[in-house]
Design a protein around this ligand. Structure first.
Ligand SMILES: NC(=O)c1ccc[n+]([C@@H]2O[C@H](COP(=O)([O-])OP(=O)(O)OC[C@H]3O[C@@H](n4cnc5c(N)ncnc54)[C@H](O)[C@@H]3O)[C@@H](O)[C@H]2O)c1
Length: 405
């Protein structure tokens, strides 16, 4: 954009208004005079109407399908696709074909072929496609990338990375109907950890070549000694850290449906089929090796990392916003300040929404993650899952071919 030029008012639509759609819309709407939430697509009528009312969306711009949106609203500047992952490919491709720039939430799609179709459609139409890897905008990860890229650690040799959840968060993944089945998600690693895979890809800055992985659901399985629903009658209720009555019982329902839809089903009987622990190893083209573990139930929710370089080691804890570098020569610990982590997802959400608006203003201002980065994370995440399923080392070139971009 020319210096001094007036920024356009962007008319945005949101497709799918669960917690994520609502959150991104509120952030975009903060840019008053620059962005307006002009239309909504949501099949659940009560949610559509609550969202429409909050953002003053006229009745004739509230739809239950994206096809209705595209046939009635020809003047859209962009769309947030925040519906469930199984809808992403169809919605994103049809919006791109209609010429509407797309912000597509992660993961891009259920499988590599679908993600490849989205990237191919963006290429063929020339329409902008941003992927919602907000962690690249999190001050903590921005600082991490800066330290690695500036050579503070010397040459990177290996990375240990853990994603650790608190019991309450894991319980949501057992209970939430959008999040507890492989058929709905692709895989737990794809849904939850494609963020981590993307950040690791970004830090290593080379293609991942091969992966191996072990994992299973070995603990959160049906127990004959407890009932299917949380209740006072459950013999373990008093000491159960996953009790739905304890976690959500007295909370007000929230309009995004996240709490309201959360069944009070026991975490052992939820029917969820996602792994409850998983560890992977990855090898990159530049020789860097990575150990990655998903730890669903831990005392302190965070991403933890240990990055070993030829000249220093870096230790990080994302929740504490803490990065420490240990140079071997001086033996001193250097505490690095990532800066304030305010705003959704430790400061990541405001940044990624602003990047979308900036890209709408100026097509040369590329965001940090487009379809290219989204697809690469899909390939690595799906490769890890395949390696776990088939108990073998997966060469990722096997999978790159199925993207057909
Ligand atoms: N980047 C992040 O940090 C982050 C955080 C949370 C969720 N997400 C992603 O955002 C997406 C949505 O997550 P959520 O937690 O809001 O899920 P959700 O299930 O709570 O909400 C999804 C909404 O989409 C609606 N929907 C379903 N099919 C639709 C269709 N065909 N058209 C329009 N709407 C449809 C549902 O009715 C629901 O209201 C997922 O892909 C998730 O992985 C990203």
């Amino acid at each position: 954009m020319r210096q001094g030029a007036v920024k356009a008012m962007h008319r945005l639509a949101v497709v799918g208004v669960g917690a994520r759609g609502w959150g991104l819309a509120r952030l975009a709407a903060r840019h008053a005079g620059r962005a307006q939430i002009a239309a909504v697509v949501e099949p659940v009528a009560s949610r559509r109407s609550a969202f429409g009312d909050e953002f003053d969306i006229p009745e004739d711009c509230r739809f239950s399908t994206h096809q209705e949106l595209l046939s009635h609203c020809q003047d859209l500047s962009g769309v947030f696709v925040t519906s469930t992952v199984r809808t992403h490919a169809e919605v994103a491709c049809e919006c791109l074909e209609a010429g509407v720039p797309v912000f597509l939430e992660k993961p891009m799609a259920l499988d590599i072929a679908e993600a490849g179709r989205i990237v191919a459609t963006a290429k063929q139409t020339g329409v902008r496609l941003q992927v919602g890897f907000n962690m690249r905008y999190m001050p903590f990860c921005v600082k991490l990338k800066e330290l690695v890229a500036q050579g503070e650690l010397g040459r990177i040799l290996s990375i240990e990375w853990k994603e650790a959840l608190a019991p309450s968060h894991w319980a949501e993944y057992c209970r939430h109907p959008s999040y507890n089945r492989r058929a709905a998600l692709g895989s737990w690693l794809l849904e939850k950890c494609c963020h981590d895979v993307d950040i690791i890809n970004w830090l290593v800055d080379a293609p991942c070549v091969r992966v191996a992985c072990f994992g299973s659901r070995s603990y959160f399985n049906p127990r004959p000694d407890v009932p299917e629903q949380c209740s006072e009658q459950c013999p373990i209720e008093a000491g159960c850290i996953f009790s739905a009555r304890r976690l959500y019982g007295d909370r007000e329902p929230d309009p995004t449906g996240r709490r309201r839809d959360m069944p009070h089903i026991c975490v052992y009987h939820s029917g969820a089929d996602l792994v409850d622990h998983q560890s992977a190893i990855l090898e990159y083209a530049n020789g860097v090796t990575v150990g990655f573990s998903l730890l669903p139930v831990t005392h302190f929710e965070s991403r933890y990392m240990l990055i070993c370089g030829s000249e220093a080691t870096l230790r990080g804890c994302s929740t504490r916003n803490e990065l420490r570098v240990h140079p071997y020569l001086s033996g001193e610990e250097i505490v690095c300040d990532p800066g304030p982590a305010s705003g959704g997802h430790a400061g990541a959400d405001p940044g990624i929404v602003e990047a979308f608006l900036d890209w709408l203003d100026d097509p040369t201002k590329l965001p940090k993650t487009t379809g290219t980065e989204g697809l690469e994370a899909m390939i690595v995440a799906c490769g890890i899952d395949l390696a776990m399923q088939e108990r073998r080392v997966v060469e990722l070139d096997e999978l790159r071919g199925s993207a057909c971009v």
